[in-house]
Write a protein that binds this ligand. Sequence first.
Ligand code: XUL
Ligand code: CO
Length: 435
Amino acid sequence: MSDFFQGIAPVKYEGPDSANPLAFRYYDRDRLVLGKRMEDQLRFAVAYWHSFAWEGGDPFGGRTFLRPWFDGGMEAARLKAEVCFEMLDILDAPFFTFHDRDVAPEGQSLAESNRNLREITDIFGELMEKTGKKLLWGTANLFSNRRYMSGAATNPDPEVFAYAAGQVRAALDATHRLGGANYVLWGGREGYETLLNTDMERELEQLGRFLSLVVDYKHRVGFQGTIMIEPKPQEPTKHQYDYDVASVYGFLRRFELEKEVKVNIEVGHAVLAGHSFEHEIALASALGIFGSVDANRNDYQSGWDTDQFPNNHPEMTLGMYQILKAGGFYDGGFNFDSKLRRQSLDPEDLIAAHVGGMDVCARALLSAAALIEDGSFDRALADRYAGWDDTEARNMLGGDADLGAIADWVETEGIEPEPRSGKQEMLENLVNRFV
Ligand code: XUL
Ligand code: CO
């Protein structure tokens, strides 16, 4: 094992009164919440790219982090893998996630890149066997290399489409080989900057075809995990095709993939789309496509994707409530798609960031579970829609009533609807009793 986190002991649960900055105050993995162990409710994953591949750059300056695995080839990649597992062990986090290019360097050709990926996959296999850690999902980076500047599946050049297919096949093979619970596609460059050079109709067809090919391949090789799309409205392109959950659903329906593909909802992406995190979860759940979560938080003033570690417990509680109402995670989990600020140089910062994020999610889980157990929300909702239990009302939705019959009912009965309070403030106050 590597010793990057020199001297940092495995993080333990010490309870809400602990002042130890590297202890869990809420995350108590074996504690039962709504009948399930916390670890199984939350299914935490560490994201390889932010924690081990990102160098701390911003548009005005490059690398701030000095990591011993930067600048090396395969040897460095092997060290990086060991450091990742060292961190999983310290955090007691059960899962990790990766892009192909996070874990192994890009070679001179796709064949060489894929060989590199396979070598690291073997190392992951051994480390997973030894430690019991698991893969929440794998993915392919189809956005960093300049070949993808005009898109991957949506590129005007068919050779780029083919190259992307080659990368996805290898990344899906690696995910399958490691028993990954899911495979994610984030359409990083699937969008456009200007219609002056873009045939949108054609690009959408290409994207649908690409996704169908991925789903076919999954079935052919017998991958049991869930394929997920991660919506994001803009950044890097101005108009991303996977804008939000609603647009992804329409896209899936169009290509008859709504039973095959789910969504990985990222908190910061929801915010960029002008939605709340909980809205995106509730909608995905209502449409039957809720899959997993990328946990982070955005800075509300900045207007771009800041990928900060979650630290807002009341906000996370509302998201967690919707996750629990959706039945919790099946294949999905909480992936920390979150990065340090570029001044947070120390290995300890990486641990503290995850400890804080895990604790906020755990605390939100406890609050959301308490809200559910209290039952007031369910009762308020049931009461608000109770009118629909009446025979005439039910008939309007599913019976043989047509528009004319409904209209006649209003006139013959002299129906005059009586507006009722939506009780928003009362309900908001109720939430605050539990956070
Ligand atoms: C980008 C983003 C990605 C995906 C995986 O905003 O969230 O890291 O999660 O490609
Ligand atoms: Co993400």
